[in-house]
Each structure stands twice: as structure tokens, then as C-alpha cells.
Write a protein that binds this ligand. Sequence first.
Ligand code: FAD
Ligand code: DHB
Length: 391
Amino acid sequence: THTTVAVVGGGPAGLLLARLLHQAGIDCVVLEHRDRTYVEQRQRAGILEQGTVDALRACGAAERLDREGLVHDGVELRWNRRSHRIDFPSLTGGRRVWVYAQTEVVKDLVALQLADGPPLLFKAEVTAVTGADTEHPVVQYTHQGRSRTLTCDYVVGCDGFHGVVRKAVPEGQLQTFERVYPYSWFGVLADIPPSCDELIYAHSPRGFALHSMRSPTVSRLYLQVPNGTDPATWSDKQIWDELEERFAVDGDWKLRRGPITQRAVLPMRSFVTEPMRWGRILLAGDAAHIVPPTGAKGLNLAVSDVVVLARAFTERASTGSTAGLNAYSDTCLQRVWRAEHFSWFMTTTTHTAPEHSGFETRLQLAYLDRIAASSHAAAELAENYAGLPIG
Ligand code: FAD
Ligand code: DHB
């Protein structure tokens, strides 16, 4: 079979791209390695920028988001037992963020796709991409125990960091930039109403902690831990005790404890591929770049990539021009590097590296004090966190 765009990977990037192409009348096929339950349950990001919400609304995928998503107008920073709130709308000309989990975004997009969209195949593992330097690349995949072939005009790799599409580009054609951090995040999900109305990012002598949420009854919390930490070796009590220490603040705030229902340790890296295209292969989302999670940018970057890409495919379909496709990588990389810088900054300003001396710690505290003292410094954080408009 032949399709215009072969989309490899049914995470947020691949699913949203398929909807946008479908809206523009461009045919595509989405090939997803895992089964539906797996992709819908995979616990990941929780914060949607204004631009992400706008994109989901524009393609009719925001009905439940608009009902159940929690609008947040700010975040709280904690350090030295004090706290400071960053107000987004007043510092950014009205921008804000939504708490709505990636699992829910994926469920909503899958439901729409299965109802009226182009084909979305689960348990379809792409094994090879060839002919990307010709007009008709070929995607090989296995489905229902059989080996199959899909020819197309373009292949979009939305297959995440460990995907196969980036690896199909010949050696030497792409440049990569990478940093692996000397700490990980221990993330837990707990059946307890959040102890805060807005997210708390905490710097502490014992390391970073983040209080987030999934709903008015479910809390999501993260602790900085050494790389290689086995989550099974921590008792629930140890986790709550450690969180309590790191969120400690003067005043009468209290951390609520409840049953922990999920736990996992995630390594942290920064990674960028340049360019995000080779021949008729285009890369989008985590397949092209990774950020450490502290700035909540990973999912939002995946969305902005595919918004730019869908526009370029739409231009090609309606005018025959490939100008947008040719500009795709440059257009995205500008935003990608801004997000890389912000994510690196949020991470290194709030985490304690093993090699840190008192010098680095005092620099971190000096910058956090600066954010509290200056609306300019606070606005810089707010603009980046709430996200810049998409192109
Ligand atoms: P993915 O969601 O990774 O989707 C890629 C899809 O491709 C997957 O469904 C995969 O099964 C499929 N695939 C892979 N190989 C093949 C193949 N050969 N054939 C077919 N399909 C294939 N971001 C935040 O902002 N905050 C967070 O707290 C946060 N936590 C995270 C925790 C983890 C463990 C990870 C991995 C990421 C986290 N992120 C977080 C980042 C965010 O979730 C990602 O940026 C986002 O998922 C990117 O979407 P994507 O569609 O590009 O990639
Ligand atoms: C969440 C994850 C993040 O990385 C972040 O910065 C904020 C919230 C979350 O999973 O809720």
C-alpha cells in the first residue's frame, strides 16, 4: 500500500500529526509498536502550555480537556524555607498553563483517530526505513505476526528517543548534542488530594522536589535521587518523610500523605539532533530532541513540532510548494534550543549535583533570590514556562 505520510509512533506527536493531516485532507498511516492500553497508561508529562491547548482545541481534541483540565495561573518556588509565587498572566500578557495528563491527551487523540481518522495500527513495529533519498521511501513493519511494507511520500519519525527512524539516517548526516545529568527523578502517584493549589518546585539542601497533581484527588510528586536508584528499595514512609523535608517552609503549610499507587525512576538528559530532517525523513518530538523534565517542556515541544510540520504538509498539498518542509528543521530548532536552555536552567538552578560545592549552591540561591526581587527575572521564567506562541 501507499500513503502520503507514514507516521511512525503513536505517542502525542504522531497522534496529533495524524489529526492535523486528516483535517487538511492529507492521507497518512500511523504505525505504533505497543498496544492501545500501554500507550494510554504510560505515566509521563502533566503540564500543557497555552499553545498546546490551542492546537488541541483547533483540531477538536480538547472537549474533555476543557471540562476536566485544571487551569493554573502560576507556580510556587521554594528555597531556604521561604516561598515565592510566579504569576503567569500578569507577567506574560495573559498566558497560563493547564494541568491535564499526557495519558489523557493520548486517550482523547486515540479515540478521535479510531472514530474517524486515518488508519492507526497498534502492535505494528517498524523495523526499517529505506529509500529516504528517493521520491518514495519504504517503511517495513511487522503486524499480526507478518512482515509488511508501506510506501509513502514522506516518513515522519515520531517514535521517541529509542525509535528506529533517526537511526535509519546514514552515519554522518546528522549531528547530535547531548548532556546526561548526574541525577534522576523518582516519580510517584498518590491517591490523596494535592497539598497545594499550584505546582511547587523546591530547592533544598537535600536536593530538588516537585509537587504536581493529576486531578483534585490525585497527587504527583517527584524527588531528585542518585542515578541508578532502585524505587523498590524506598518504603512509602521514607518517600513521604523525604518529600516533607524538601518542601519544608516557614509557616503552617503541611504535606498530605496517602497511598502511593505507582513509582518509577527516570534518568535525565538533554539531546538535540540537527537537522531534524534527512531526505524524505522528518523527525518530530522525542525522536529529535529530549529535555530534562524540570521545565515541563517535552510534550509541549512535541506538539509545536507537529503543528509546524502539518502546516508545511498542508502548504505542499495545496500549492505544491515544499518551502515549508524545507524550512521545517530551522523553524523548529529555534524553539527547541530555547526550550533546551530553559530546561537546563530550571534543572541546574534547582538540583544539587554530587560535585557541587558551597559555591554552586550559593549561586543557585542568589538567582532564586533575584527572581523574588525582580519582576524582570520573574517574567523571564514565566514567559518560558507558560510557553511562547507557536511560530
Ligand atoms: P513518545 O511519547 O515517546 O512516543 C513515541 C511512540 O513511538 C511510542 O508510543 C512508542 O511505542 C512508539 N515507537 C517507538 N519505536 C517504534 C517503532 N519501531 N515502531 C513503531 N512505533 C514505535 N515531559 C514532561 O514535560 N514532564 C514529565 O514529567 C515527563 N516525564 C517523562 C517520563 C518518561 C519516562 C519519559 C520517557 C518522558 C517524560 N516526559 C516528560 C517527556 C514527554 O513525555 C515526551 O516529551 C513526550 O512523550 C514526547 O512525545 P512523542 O510523541 O515525541 O514521543
Ligand atoms: C509534571 C512534570 C514536570 O516535569 C513538570 O515540570 C511539572 C509537572 C507532572 O508530571 O505533573
